[in-house]
Write a protein that binds this ligand. Structure first.
Ligand code: FES
Length: 575
C-alpha cells in the first residue's frame, strides 16, 4: 500500500525493537494479525457514546458501520472514547466542559498511532468539542453526526424538542395545561434515538458540519434511525482511508471560504445562535481569524429558507424528506452566496456535491425568491451596553420589538431571577426590557442557556409571549423570542451590563445594529467605581482553570492557551 508520505502510525508499528513489540503485541491480544501493522492507514473512531448523553446513545452501532467502511477500504480501525457532553444531564451547563472535552480529543488523537480520524458527534457540544480538538491536531478528518430523532408526536400534533418543552412549561406555569398533560408529552416528544429534531443547536451544528465540507453530503438531516445514516457512516469509513492516502489534512477543508459558507448556511437555515461561539472557536484553532463582524457581514442578506421549529412549523424529519441541507446549499450557491469551489471531504466541491439536487416539498424548504423569513442571519449589535458586541437572531424575534425603547427590569443573577419572576408584585409590564447579569462565560461560570428568561406569569396571562430580554448568557437553539445574547464584555468582568439599574432606559434597534443604555458616561463611571465583582466559586480543579483562562463570547469562549494548533508531530517515546 503506497501513500505520499510515511504514515505517522508507522512510528509505532514499524519498529523492530522492544517498543515495536509493545505497540504490536498489546493489540494482537485482540486478534489483530501482523499484517494489520504493514503500513495501512490507522483510523481512529473518536466516539462520544454515553448513556449519560441520550442523543448519542446509538453511537456504538453507528461506529460499527464506520469500522466496516474503514475495513472495506483496507484501513485499520481503532475506536476510542472521549468525554461526552449530554446537554440534558450535565450541570451547571455542558458548555462549561466543551473546552475540556476538546482537550481530551486533541491529546487523545495526537498521543496515539493514528493517521486519520472519524469524529462521532451529536448532542450540542459534542460537535464543536470534537472539531476544535481535531483542528488543533490537523490530521485527515471526517465528522459524522448521529442524526436527529424522528418527529415528536403528541395528541395528533407534531411537537419539537426544546421548543415545545419551553412553550408547554409556560402553559403549565400559567395553568393552561395539567401536570398529567406535561408528563404525557415527555414520553411523546423523544420517541427515537437521535438528537433534538428541531433546528436547535445539534441540528445547526450538524448542518455546519455539512456546510463546512467536513461531513459527507446529507450529514445534516438523515434521521438517526434511517438506514441511510448507516450508509453514510460506511461511506465515511471508506473515504477517510482515501483521505489519508491523499494526505488531505483538516486544514485543507476548514478554510476561510468554508467558514464563510457555513455562516451563510446558518442564515439560510435560521440556525442557532450557539453556532457563533462554536464556529469562531473552531476557526481560530485551525488558523482562520473568524470574527463577529464576519457573522454580521455575511449573514446580513441571507433569508431563512426553512420553515422549521423553533422559528417555524416543521421538524428535521420533514427537512430530510424535502431534500435536506443539499437543497439549501444549492439555493444559496445559485445566488452566488457560497464559495462554490470549497473542497469537501468526499473529494468534490460543495457545488459539485449539490448542484443537481431537487426539493420535494416547498412548504418546508422555500425557494430563495420566496423565503420563509427575509432575514435568517445573526445580527451583531454594538453600543455602550455591548462595546465588544452582542447578538440577536432576528428570525426568532418579534417584529414589533426590533426597534423598541423600554425600562430596564434588572436581575443580578439567575437565582435572583428565579426568586422574583413569579411574584405578582414585580414591577414589570410587557414594554419593559428584562436584563439578566452574571450568566456569561466567567460569571455563571459556563455561559448557561438562560438568556431566554421565562416571562412573568402575570404577563403570560395577558396572552403575551415575548418581551425583550438582554443578558451575557447563551440561549438554547430550540428557543425563540426577542432575546439579546452574548453581551460582551460580560457583567462578571465589569462590562457595562454590570452597571445597568432598574428603571434605566435601553434602546434595541436591530436594523441599526445598536444596543444603547440611556445613561450618561459620567454616571456610568460613578457606578463603575462603586461596582464590586461577584464571587465566582472556582477555588480549585477544572473550574478554576476555566475561569482563569476562558475568553469572552466575541472570542468564541475558548481558553486563551488553546487558540491555534500544535499539529500532529509524533510525540517522544514513553521508554
Ligand atoms: Fe442533545 Fe438537544 S439535548 S441535542
Amino acid at each position: 500500500m503506497t501513500t505520499k508520505k510515511p504514515l505517522r502510525s508507522q512510528a509505532w508499528f514499524a519498529r523492530k525493537d522492544k517498543m515495536g513489540f509493545y505497540y504490536r503485541s498489546w493489540l494482537k491480544n485482540r486478534g489483530f494479525p501482523q499484517d494489520q501493522f504493514d503500513g495501512r492507514p490507522v483510523i481512529g473512531i473518536c466516539n462520544t457514546w454515553s448513556e449519560l448523553t441520550p442523543c448519542n446513545s446509538h453511537f456504538r452501532t453507528l461506529a460499527e458501520h464506520v469500522r466496516w467502511g474503514i475495513l472495506d477500504a483496507g484501513g485499520f480501525p481503532l475506536e476510542f472514547p472521549v468525554m461526552s457532553l449530554g446537554e440534558t444531564m450535565l450541570r451547571p451547563t455542558a458548555m462549561l466542559y466543551r473546552n475540556l472535552a476538546s482537550m481530551d480529543v486533541e491529546e487523545s488523537i495526537r498521543a496515539n498511532p493514528l493517521d486519520g480520524v472519524v469524529l462521532m458527534m451529536g448532542c450540542d457540544k459534542t460537535t464543536p468539542a470534537l472539531l476544535m480538538g481535531a483542528a488543533s491536531v490537523d490530521l485527515p478528518t471526517i465528522g459524522i453526526s448521529g442524526g436527529p430523532m424522528l418527529r415528536g408526536f403528541y395528541r395528533g400534533k407534531a411537537i419539537g424538542s426544546g421548543t415545545n418543552t419551553i412553550s408547554m412549561s409556560e402553559q403549565l406555569r400559567s395553568g393552561q395545561i395539567t401536570l398529567d398533560d406535561f408528563y404525557e408529552a415527555e414520553a411523546s416528544m423523544h420517541r427515537s434515538q437521535g438528537h433534538c429534531m428541531t433546528m436547535g443547536t445539534a441540528s445547526t451544528m450538524a448542518s455546519m458540519v455539512e456546510a463546512l465540507g467536513v461531513g459527507m453530503p446529507g450529514n445534516a438531516a438523515i434521521p438517526a434511525v434511517d438506514a441511510r445514516r448507516a450508509l453514510l457512516a460506511r461511506e465515511a469509513g471508506r473515504r477517510i482511508v482515501e483521505m489519508v492516502k491523499q494526505d488531505i489534512a483538516l486544514s485543507q477543508i476548514l478554510t476561510r471560504e468554508a467558514f464563510e459558507n457555513a455562516i451563510r448556511v446558518n442564515g439560510g437555515i435560521g440556525g442557532s445562535t450557539n453556532a457563533v461561539v462554536h464556529l469562531i472557536a473552531m476557526a481560530r484553532r485551525i488558523g482562520v481569524d473568524l470574527s463577529l463582524d464576519d457573522w454580521d457581514r455575511l449573514g446580513r442578506d441571507v433569508p431563512c429558507l426553512v420553515d422549521l421549529m423553533p422559528s417555524g412549523r416543521f421538524l428535521m424529519e420533514d427537512f430530510f424528506e424535502a431534500g435536506g441541507l443539499p437543497v439549501v446549499l444549492r439555493e444559496l450557491a445559485e445566488q452566488g452566496l457560497l464559495h462554490k469551489d470549497a473542497v469537501t471531504v468526499n473529494g468534490r466541491t460543495i457545488w459539485e456535491n449539490n448542484k443537481d439536487v431537487e426539493c420535494w416539498n416547498r412548504e418546508v424548504i422555500h425557494p430563495f425568491d420566496q423565503p420563509f423569513k427575509p432575514n435568517g442571519g445573526i445580527a451583531v449589535l454594538r453600543g455602550n451596553l455591548a462595546p465588544n458586541g452582542a447578538i440577536i437572531k432576528p428570525s426568532a424575534a418579534s417584529p414589533h420589538l426590533m426597534n423598541h425603547t423600554g425600562r430596564a427590569v434588572v436581575f443580578e443573577s439567575i437565582e435572583d431571577l428565579h426568586g422574583r419572576i413569579n411574584d405578582d408584585a414585580l414591577d414589570i409590564d410587557e414594554t419593559c426590557i428584562m436584563v439578566l447579569k452574571n450568566c456569561g462565560p466567567k460569571g455563571y461560570p459556563g455561559m448557561a442557556e438562560v438568556g431566554n428568561m421565562p416571562l412573568p406569569p402575570k404577563i403570560l396571562k395577558k396572552g403575551i409571549t415575548d418581551m425583550i430580554r438582554i443578558s451575557d448568557a447563551r440561549m438554547s437553539g430550540t428557543a425563540y423570542g426577542t432575546v439579546v445574547l452574548h453581551t460582551a464584555p460580560e457583567a462578571a468582568t465589569g462590562g457595562p451590563l454590570a452597571l445597568v439599574q432598574n428603571r434605566d432606559l435601553i434602546t434595541l434597534d436591530v436594523a441599526a445594529r445598536s444596543l444603547h443604555l440611556h445613561v450618561e458616561a459620567e454616571e456610568l463611571d460613578r457606578r463603575r467605581g462603586a461596582w464590586t465583582p461577584p464571587q465566582v466559586h472556582s477555588e480549585r480543579g477544572y473550574v478554576k482553570l476555566y475561569v482563569d483562562h476562558v475568553l469572552q463570547a466575541d472570542d468564541g469562549v475558548d481558553f486563551d492557551f488553546l487558540v491555534g494548533k500544535s499539529g500532529s508531530a509524533v510525540p517522544r517515546d514513553n521508554h
